[in-house]
Design a protein around this ligand. Structure first.
Ligand SMILES: Cc1ncc(COP(=O)(O)O)c(C=O)c1O
Length: 427
């Protein structure tokens, strides 16, 4: 595997900086590194752009929709990939042009679809009920032409095994190619008259994120569009699911770099593009790959106790802050020592402030045992964390953006009225 060009930073925050942050923002917070986000975006974009001219990066909002973060993506030229009306409206709110919004997802209302079609957003349909809505809208507004894309459901098995996340054998999304549903959907849309199918969408959430997955997605999208829409194709959307910057401590093998992904995907598109009347756009929808290493979570050690012979380090934070889906794998952690005495190396657990038995930030971790008053920094917590952190037991912590060595508050610490919002709840 090729070495990545990622800018890697050793955190090693000095105590003076940490103390300043604590004094200003409290003892539990996230730090979002805006420059790391820029580096990730530009590395991905240039890896693909140097191999194929028509590239669109549509950042997957659901991965982390911190306004400062999504605004930066937009400033860098990225599109917004959204999967609900609330995400669509968020993109509009931060000033994204509707034409730079990619509207995906299994659930779209009549109103959502009408808006996306009217505004010229890229919209990928997932089910037959949406085709009925498009039909009704297009017939009512028949003085204009409308464009849609279709998400396809196809055989993604690699060497006879399903690579889908959580071991699912069959994806629930899109129009199935194998049983003829895709063809039926395509024909129904074509019959409308003022609707053209201009794109295919083939996102797959896999646990392996390997080059073979992307070769299969890309080849399948090309093969199907050659057969059905050689003259009308405008884009091939291969979705997200790429690896980002994986720290060595996570001990993952064969992690492709952006260059590796770009080589695999673009070589197929470059070979196949002769079959299309116009050179299509290649759309990528990264989420995790752009943001995972842009967030760190800081929390203070409140207590260290021994139950039987196991160490439990209690912090002012929770598993919900760093892995809300409570997976078992340990995320990379750095210890900031504030004590002068010697530190003993042994196995310990880091546990959170909720009342759940399973609130473990680290399990069976072997390292220097933290002491009361120390700080723990959890790295690589930018993806599917703040968006999934429930309002459970304790308010959500503030987020501080690091922008050119300055620290700026970009999400305040919640108060009771944010936690149980009186605009929403009836008291
Ligand atoms: C349609 C679509 N695009 C993009 C993504 C982003 O995936 P990831 O964060 O793994 O890059 C997802 C995630 O589920 C998705 O469903």
């Amino acid at each position: 595997m090729q070495k990545t060009k990622y800018k890697m930073k050793k955190e090693n925050i000095n105590l003076d900086d940490l103390n300043q942050l604590i004094n200003k923002f409290g003892e539990t917070f996230y730090v979002f590194d805006l420059e790391q986000l820029r580096a990730n975006y530009l590395n991905m974009y240039s890896a693909f752009k140097s191999r194929f001219n028509n590239i669109i990066i549509g950042y997957s909002y659901k991965t982390n929709y911190l306004p400062t973060l999504i605004k930066e993506i937009s400033n860098l030229g990225g599109y917004a990939e959204v999967v609900s009306r609330i995400e669509y409206d968020l993109a509009l709110k931060i000033g994204v042009s509707p034409k730079n919004i990619i509207f995906n997802g299994p659930l779209k209302s009549q109103d959502d679809i009408a808006l996306a079609l009217k505004e010229g957003s890229i919209i990928n349909l997932d089910s037959f009920y949406e085709i009925e809505i498009v039909k009704e809208f297009a017939l009512k507004n028949n003085s204009k032409n409308y464009k849609v894309g279709l998400r396809i459901n196809y055989d993604i098995n690699i060497e006879g095994m399903s690579p889908l996340q959580d071991g699912f054998k069959q994806s629930r999304f899109g129009f199935c190619v194998e049983n003829g549903n895709f063809e039926r959907a395509f024909n129904e849309l074509n019959k409308i008259g003022n609707v053209t199918v201009v794109g295919l969408h083939g996102h797959c959430s896999t646990h392996i994120r390997s080059l073979k997955v992307y070769e299969k997605i890309t080849q399948t999208l090309c093969d199907i569009s050659k057969g059905y829409m050689a003259d009308t194709l405008e884009y091939l959307d291969i979705g997200g699911g790429f690896y980002g910057n994986v720290p060595e401590t996570m001990k993952l093998k064969n992690v492709p770099s952006f260059e590796d992904y770009a080589t695999a995907i673009c070589s197929i598109i470059n070979k196949e593009k002769v079959h299309f009347k116009n050179e299509p756009y290649l759309i990528l929808e990264p989420g995790l790959a752009l943001v995972v290493d842009t967030f760190k979570f800081f929390c203070k050690v409140v207590d260290v106790k021994v139950n039987n012979n196991e160490y439990f380090v209690l912090v002012d934070g929770s598993a919900h802050n760093i892995k809300p889906t409570i997976f078992k794998k340990n995320t990379p952690m750095e210890l900031v020592k504030t004590n002068k005495e010697a530190y003993k190396i042994d196995k310990f657990n880091v546990v959170g402030c909720t009342c759940m038995e399973k609130d473990y930030l680290l399990i069976d971790y072997v390292s220097e045992i933290p002491k009361i008053g120390d700080f723990l920094i959890f790295n690589n917590v930018g993806a599917y964390t703040i968006v999934l952190n429930p309002p459970f037991i304790k308010e959500r912590p503030p987020i501080i953006a690091k922008i050119e060595n300055q620290y700026k508050l970009v999400r305040k610490k919640e108060k009771l009225d944010d936690f149980i919002n009186s605009n929403v709840y009836v008291f």
